[in-house]
Ligand binder design. Structure first.
Ligand code: GUN
Length: 282
């Protein structure tokens, strides 16, 4: 089998374009959707992600504000920036890029964002609502993965899915979302024994570990759907995923490339969440 490629770039462009009329309608009604992106410190990867997010918001005609703070910013200063954005009627969505510099308690900062403006879906209120299948802002990367899974047209009910990686940003919310698709879900992590076997049983594999090509192509069950969330630097400086792409593509029915798979979807879902926040608040 040779896998079909899930083109995240194309799906993300389609989803972003579908938001344009909504942004225009909200603006015409007097409330342009507004996104604030906060970057603290000088992590180069974070700077790239933040720029991409601001640029897309601008392209869609949204109001956006990028706040860049030095690595020396204190937790109290950052909390006061968040308070200001919480109170600002022009801002519908607030995103504080993580990781944050050492010395700042990430949870303390993310908890300060109003749940109604938490377009990243990181606030415990949104996390809890997600697990209870109540309306919530869903973290953008796993939400983007769901959109890609839908594009395969596969009936996932009762299928075995494995999520590798248990982060709050991707792995854990991904488990909740796959359960909502009626998959039987296994959450694998660094202590999982016989990962090859666990992956080999799965009809859907979501790799979110952050280790270059850690998931071997030979592990993949023939016909499985493989979604690679990893963004890792190869020795030659280029980007590579968590999955051994070429070997996995020999066995999978569908696979996402890196770059051009999940990455663009994260941004499209952030825009979707922001427009939703604006519609709710308008
Ligand atoms: N760092 C890596 N991914 C994300 C994300 O989706 N949102 C934020 N705020 N920080 C991140």
């Amino acid at each position: 089998m040779s896998a079909r490629v899930l083109d995240g770039k194309a799906v993300a462009a389609e989803m972003s374009n579908a938001l344009r009329p909504q942004v225009a309608a909200l603006s015409a009604a007097g409330h342009t959707p507004g996104l604030a992106v906060v970057l603290v410190g000088d992590d180069p990867a974070s700077a790239v992600y933040v720029r991409l997010k601001s640029r897309r918001a601008e392209e869609l005609g949204m109001y956006h504000r990028q706040i860049t703070l030095p690595a020396t910013t204190t937790e109290a200063e950052l909390l006061s920036v968040v308070d200001g954005l919480n109170a600002d009627p022009a801002i519908d969505g607030i995103l504080v890029q993580v990781p944050l510099p050492a010395g700042i308690d990430k949870d303390r900062v993310l908890d300060q964002i109003l749940p109604a403006k938490d377009v990243d879906g990181f606030h415990p209120v949104n996390t809890g609502r997600l697990w209870q299948r109540r309306a919530a802002f869903v973290p953008c990367t796993p939400a983007g993965v769901v959109e890609l899974l839908k594009r395969t047209g596969a009936d996932l009910r009762g299928k075995d899915a494995v999520v590798i990686g248990r982060s709050n940003i991707v792995g854990k919310p991904m488990v909740a979302l796959l359960e909502q698709l009626d998959c039987t879900v296994t959450l694998a992590h660094s202590r999982t024994r016989n990962l090859a076997e666990v992956v080999g049983r799965a009809d859907v594999v979501i790799a979110a570990v952050g280790v270059l090509e850690m998931v071997k192509g030979a592990w993949i069950k023939p016909g499985a759907i493989v979604i690679d969330v990893g963004v890792n630097k190869r020795p030659d400086g280029k980007l590579g995923g968590d999955v051994e792409y070429a070997a996995a593509a020999e066995r999978a029915s569908w696979i996402t490339p890196v770059p051009g798979g999940v990455g663009p979807m994260t941004i499209a879902m952030l825009m979707t969440n922001t427009v939703r926040a604006a519609s709710t608040r308008a």
